[in-house]
Design a protein around this ligand. Structure first.
Ligand code: SAM
Length: 234
């Protein structure tokens, strides 16, 4: 019998934030596909899940081309898919781990789409995204009443980020590492700087909370950093 392919969201960092379902699935997994990417979020996900892995689990590293190049570079994705299908046909259960949630800005989505075209049993298990964990962790209500919360990838371009900020009560800014000074500038322009906070590596042993975002403008920001901001102070 063919194995099952699991897409497992492991949450942002604290291994206790995995769901029961994720932990149960991990105990059935024979092979974990770990992306060999420069950003290393795949290996962070693996470290978070490590307490729940079977001793005999095999880690298989695959190269996932930049998602931007997805249409151009289909060869590597096809090869990865073939390798995964081989394992499944041998009856092995295979998992792809993602930080936070599996269906939320994740490489898993691209793997999932390819495998869905085949006759594969897929189970996707949700995880807690970093910004949701941050709300509880910081005691920072994310939305209430009729508040509109927008989740914005800072990589979407300054003009688009500005427009979304204008129509939102509260915002979550993800992927802020690339253009952090511009994002800090926009928060200031929209009067949200005083009611904003950034967390880098939430839930991981080297987590950092940054309250004075403007003061950090000139310094590099960790890839795993998220900003919460609101229009009205609480
Ligand atoms: C490619 S997205 C992955 C999102 C992930 N699937 C999720 O549900 O949170 C990467 C971005 O997620 C955010 N992120 C993920 N883990 C984080 C953490 N532990 N602390 C802070 N931000 C995190 C950062 O904004 C980072 O740039």
């Amino acid at each position: 019998m063919a194995g099952t392919f699991y897409g497992i969201g492991v949450g942002p960092g604290d291994p206790e934030l995995l769901t029961m379902k994720a932990v149960k699935a991990l105990q059935k997994v024979d092979i974990i596909i770990a992306p060999r990417t420069e950003k290393k979020d795949g290996s962070v996900a693996l470290d978070i899940a490590r307490p729940y892995l079977k001793e005999t689990v095999r880690i298989v590293y695959q190269v996932f081309p930049m998602v931007k190049e997805f249409e151009k570079d289909t060869v590597a994705w096809e090869e990865n898919k073939k390798e995964i299908l081989g394992f499944l046909n041998e009856g092995k259960n295979v998992a792809f781990l993602t930080l936070g949630d599996a269906m939320f800005y994740s490489t898993y989505i691209y793997v999932f789409r390819r495998l869905r075209q085949e006759n594969v049993t897929i189970e996707t298990i949700p995880g807690i995204p970093a910004f949701i964990a941050m709300g509880s962790h910081l005691g920072w209500p994310l939305v209430e009443g009729n508040d509109v919360l927008s989740v914005i990838p800072a990589t979407a371009g300054v003009e688009k980020v500005r427009q979304v900020m204008e129509v939102s009560d509260n915002v979550v800014l993800m992927k802020v590492y690339k253009n952090f000074p511009e994002i800090a500038g926009l928060l200031e322009e929209k009067g949200m700087l005083d009611a904003s906070v950034m967390v880098s590596r939430c839930g991981l042993p080297d987590e950092e909370r940054i309250d004075d975002i403007a003061a950090r403008k000139a310094q590099p920001v960790n890839y795993l950093s998220t900003i919460l901001a609101r229009r009205r102070a609480q």
